[in-house]
Design a binder for this molecule. Structure first.
Ligand SMILES: Nc1ncnc2c1ncn2[C@@H]1O[C@H](COP(=O)(O)OP(=O)(O)OP(=O)(O)O)[C@@H](O)[C@H]1O
Ligand SMILES: [Mg+2]
Length: 249
């Protein structure tokens, strides 16, 4: 069974159709890159996958949890959304660490509050994950005392403490100084090697080409092409993919 299955997803903001009849699957352990011009719906799509955004039509299945907007009662929907959010780790462009908490405190908060873990258990796990992303020496620092790359690695470790089945990233490196991009991409590469299922909205085309198993191209709310990176970057079938790649490369 695939890790994520999206069928006929539709989402409208007032008179703007942000997502039009989108269907795709994400296989377990794969890294999927989502690319496309600004405003084409990448963030909206990602937010629908973790229940931050409700959609109007279609279905999202993540593991055993299915969100279907039409025929769920409100109460059932809320329960499903809560379960869904526990399965998904989300990393944003702007890190979103709590500024008044140290890196370690950022990382133990959700496991203690949401999963009711004892501090000792949560801390042991958080320390191991922070060490893994190269922050062993920085656990007691506040976010403002870290570089952007360190903050983003802390945000990734924090998401991993919840043991998500899937990690979603919305332009995780686009707020970073170019010299710090590599260290964040390196963590995602390492997670890929370990078999984590990841979906990444990115403008890092070299990364997408080298690491992604599949690339989804969005254009004006439509999924115009979904294929292996070799195909998307070397022989795209859709003229709009070609034009987009030409505009950014
Ligand atoms: N909350 C909202 N209310 C109204 N319109 C919205 C809202 N969120 C997004 N949109 C619109 O939906 C479309 C898709 O937005 P989205 O943020 O998903 O694009 P994107 O592909 O992530 O763009 P970018 O590359 O600039 O981040 C845009 O036209 C945007 O203006
Ligand atoms: Mg976006």
């Amino acid at each position: 069974m695939s890790a994520i299955s999206v069928s006929h997803l539709g989402k409208r903001f007032d008179d703007h159709e942000a997502l039009r009849d989108i269907s795709f699957d994400v296989e377990v352990s794969e890294l999927t890159a989502i690319i496309g011009p600004s405003g084409c719906g990448k963030s909206t799509l990602l937010r629908c996958l973790n229940g931050l955004e409700l959609f109007d039509r279609g279905r999202v299945r993540l593991g055993q949890i299915t969100l279907e907007m039409n025929d769920n009662g409100q109460r059932e929907l809320q329960t499903q959304l809560r379960h869904l959010r526990e399965e998904v780790g989300m990393v944003f462009q702007s890190f979103n660490l709590f500024p008044h908490l140290t890196v370690l405190e950022n990382a133990v908060l959700a496991p203690m509050v949401v999963k009711k873990q004892a501090r000792s258990v949560a801390e042991e796990k958080a320390r191991a994950l922070l060490a893994k992303v190269g922050l062993r020496e920085r656990m007691d620092y506040y976010p403002s005392q870290l570089s952007g790359g360190q903050q983003q690695r802390a945000a990734i470790a924090r998401a991993l403490t919840m043991e998500p089945k899937v990690m979603l990233y919305d332009e995780p490196t686009s707020a970073l100084d170019p010299s710090l991009v590599g260290e964040v991409l390196g963590i995602m590469r390492q997670l890929d090697d370990e078999g984590m299922t990841q979906v990444v909205v990115t403008h890092e085309m070299r990364f997408a080409r080298e690491v992604a198993d599949k690339v989804l191209v969005l254009h004006d709310g439509e999924l115009i092409e979904a294929d292996a990176p070799e195909v998307i970057f070397s022989a795209p079938k859709d003229e709009r993919t070609r034009a987009f790649l030409q505009s950014i490369l």
